[in-house]
Design a protein around this ligand. Structure first.
Ligand code: AMP
Length: 314
């Protein structure tokens, strides 16, 4: 006689993250996360699998995960896409719930900038004036100012950022080092669609044909990486050759630069370098990059080796 099959009790529903909208709500919810370290993942919302990967990586390494969702007006120029930026709070919460986030801080600008436009800001310095900084004056000062504020407000022990925004990641590392923030910065490799397009909240602006055109950005990077063994000019030439075949990408820059100075690497250079591209497709400005190793046996890297990497630890 077979034993009766005991029916398994239903899984308890995943408790959703606590949502804090004000400084007081954040303070109260944060004080409950006292039994272990806290990681923060800062986002502008419209979450996709790139963000979810940051959250999951943080979840594996820290006792608690805080996600911030804040569209920071300080880092958008007057002609940029702040007003049309996608706002998808309900699905963002679903992603946070599934990824096991403890606390979501989703303030409005008046909560973050309680006295209006801040008179005192973080200056990104010279590294903030090149590449993205040249195309978007003031962007990195605005970005660093809010990152500093969110680090203070969340009192995070570690903060997770995507390699997708390589210059942002570099500047946050510099700020934390130069200004002695007690926060560990962790980088996470770029998450891509199956066809290679780097995931981005801005991809939702792309029409079907734009999306096809946009693929030439990641293809150019791959072509550059494939030429890495032959040296810097071969990398640049191979990447450029892909982009010139796609006139519908209005290329802003395509560079091979040193990962910490962002200066063009000379022809004799061998070692880690950042191959970065930015361009406009239709009405959308897109960026992408690949860390690569230039020289014999070279090619694409996931992230640079001299920085703590969640991925390399796994
Ligand atoms: P955003 O919401 O665009 O400000 O991005 C928030 C964080 O997610 C930043 O650290 C980004 O670098 C990171 N991120 C955005 N897209 C990706 C991606 N495709 N892969 C990995 N990280 C990403």
């Amino acid at each position: 006689m077979s034993a009766p099959v005991a029916s398994r009790p239903a899984e308890p529903p995943q408790p959703g993250p606590v949502v804090a909208r004000t400084r007081d709500e954040l303070k109260a919810a944060r004080s409950l996360l006292a039994d272990g370290d806290v990681a923060v993942v800062m986002t502008m919302g419209a979450l996709h699998d790139g963000h979810a990967t940051l959250i999951r990586t943080a979840r594996q390494r820290a006792a608690h995960v805080v996600v911030t969702i804040f569209l920071n007006p300080l880092q958008f120029g007057p002609r940029e896409d702040l007003s049309r930026y996608p706002r998808t709070f309900d699905s963002d919460m679903e992603i946070c719930r599934n990824a096991g986030v403890d606390l979501v801080f989703a303030p409005t600008p008046d909560v973050i900038y309680q006295d209006g436009d801040p008179g005192v800001r973080i200056s990104a310095g010279p590294l903030g004036n090149v590449l993205e900084g040249q195309a978007r004056p003031g962007h990195f000062d605005g970005m660093l100012t809010v990152v500093a504020k969110l680090m203070h407000l969340t009192r995070a022990d570690s903060a997770y950022y995507g390699q997708k925004d390589a210059q942002q990641l570099l500047l946050i590392r510099r700020m934390v080092r130069d200004l002695d923030f007690p926060v560990e910065v962790v980088s996470v490799p770029t998450v891509r669609e199956p066809d290679g397009l780097a995931m981005s909240s801005r991809n939702t602006y792309l029409t079907e044909s734009d999306r096809e055109v946009a693929l030439s950005l990641s293809r150019a990077l791959q072509a550059g990486a494939a030429a890495a063994a032959e040296g810097p000019s071969a990398v640049r030439r191979a990447a450029r050759a892909v982009l010139v075949r796609e006139p519908l990408v209005l290329v802003d820059y395509l560079v091979l630069v040193h990962p910490s100075t962002l200066e063009d690497v000379p022809e004799w250079y061998r070692g880690e370098a950042l191959l970065a591209v930015a361009g406009r497709v239709g009405t959308t400005r897109l960026i992408d990059n690949l860390p690569i190793n230039v020289g014999p046996g070279g090619g694409a890297l996931e992230v640079f080796s001299d920085v703590p990497s969640a991925a390399l630890d796994q």
